[in-house]
Design a binder for this molecule. Structure first.
Ligand code: 13P
Length: 340
């Protein structure tokens, strides 16, 4: 598809301070989430939970795209409307996770490579037929003693670019996600260094493989302190280093950067996004959150149909807070007002 058409889709996803809801948890991951609320992960419960999210009145004001999982894009709402159709009717672009997960990288202990390229062209054709207009592929980069290696970064960047080229060929906007994990005990400066190295190689591979930068979105980690680091950098420092890192490594032709939350709490993810937008850059700086948009909603629902409205209220609140953060207009008091 022409880069112009891909660009129009990408821009519509992040227009008007909107972001992305990552509801593409694999069957294994959603089971982990359901375990925390004591709900059995069967196909109907997974459908009912996604139905709650996607039928939330007004969430389309804050969310321009939803990433679905393979099972979910084949499911329908309570009234029988296929989820992709329901979202499109609200003006929300349906997306699809197409990678098949991160697996141990041969020869590089402690590191992973994302798989899913085999047969991907045919899968894209099917997903396009099911209504998907954007896609996601997540690469995982781990910080540790002597890692990430160049081998890990290059292998993942190569796969990301191969995926992105196939996605564009199918008329589907790729969301390129190189996630530097925040689980280790590293400093924020070390996260900066690894994120910079990773982005540099990813954009080299995208260039080498002819991916149209104007027809993609980037889904990166923010530059943050590792979870186990004794000194946690404040949001002002996170914002300063994140924008600095991206200014140096992400071409301005990219129509949007949509951050993952990566294990930050809901309010942290909003506060940091707000601080990042106060600094600002040449791209829309938005969100593509999974946990940070869903944690409260999941808890409020807890698998009980009587709690659907409470779950939807919680989801709508987080979506709204994050759209305010994209505008740089969020403040902590706005959280209190709702929880009172
Ligand atoms: P989190 O925001 O929970 O990190 O999930 C986003 C995502 O889609 C990771 O691939």
């Amino acid at each position: 598809m022409a880069a112009q058409e891909l660009n129009a889709i990408a821009r519509s996803i992040v227009a008007d301070h909107k972001g992305v809801l990552a509801a593409d948890e694999s069957t294994g991951t959603i089971k982990k989430r359901f375990d925390t609320i004591g709900v059995e992960s069967n196909e109907e419960n997974r459908r009912a939970y996604r139905n709650l999210l996607f039928t939330t009145a007004g969430f389309e004001e804050y969310v321009g795209g939803v990433i679905l999982y393979d099972e979910t894009i084949r499911q329908a709402s309570d009234d029988g409307t296929p989820f992709a159709e329901l979202l499109a009717a609200k003006g929300v672009v349906p997306g699809i996770k197409v990678d098949t997960g991160a697996h141990e990288l041969a020869g590089q202990p402690g590191e992973k490579v994302t798989e899913g390229l085999d047969g991907l062209r045919a899968r894209f054709e099917e997903y396009h037929g099911l209504g998907a207009r954007f896609s996601k592929w997540r690469a995982v980069i781990t910080i540790g003693d002597g890692i990430p290696t160049d081998a890990c970064i290059h292998t993942n960047a190569h796969a990301l670019a191969r995926y992105a080229a196939l996605s564009q060929e199918a008329g589907v906007v790729p969301i390129v996600e190189p996630e530097v994990l925040m689980d280790a005990d590293n400093t924020i400066e070390r996260c900066y260094e690894v994120t910079a190295r990773t982005l540099h190689v990813v954009f080299y591979e995208l260039y080498r493989q002819g991916v149209a930068l104007e027809g993609m979105l980037l889904k990166p980690n923010m530059v943050v302190s590792g979870k186990g680091c004794p000194t946690q950098a404040p949001s002002s420092r996170i914002a300063e280093l994140t924008v600095d890192c991206f200014l140096r490594h992400v071409p301005a032709a990219v129509p949007g950067i949509v951050f993952l939350s990566g294990g930050q709490s809901e309010v942290e993810a909003t506060e940091n996004l707000n601080a990042i937008n106060r600094v600002g850059g040449p791209w829309p700086l938005s969100f593509s959150y999974g946990r940070a948009l869903q944690a409260s909603a999941l808890k409020a629902w807890s698998g009980d149909t009587a709690n659907v409205e409470a779950g939807q209220d919680a989801f709508l609140h987080r979506a709204r807070m994050n759209a305010l953060a994209v505008a740089g207009d969020w403040s902590a008091e706005m959280e209190q007002a709702v929880h009172a």
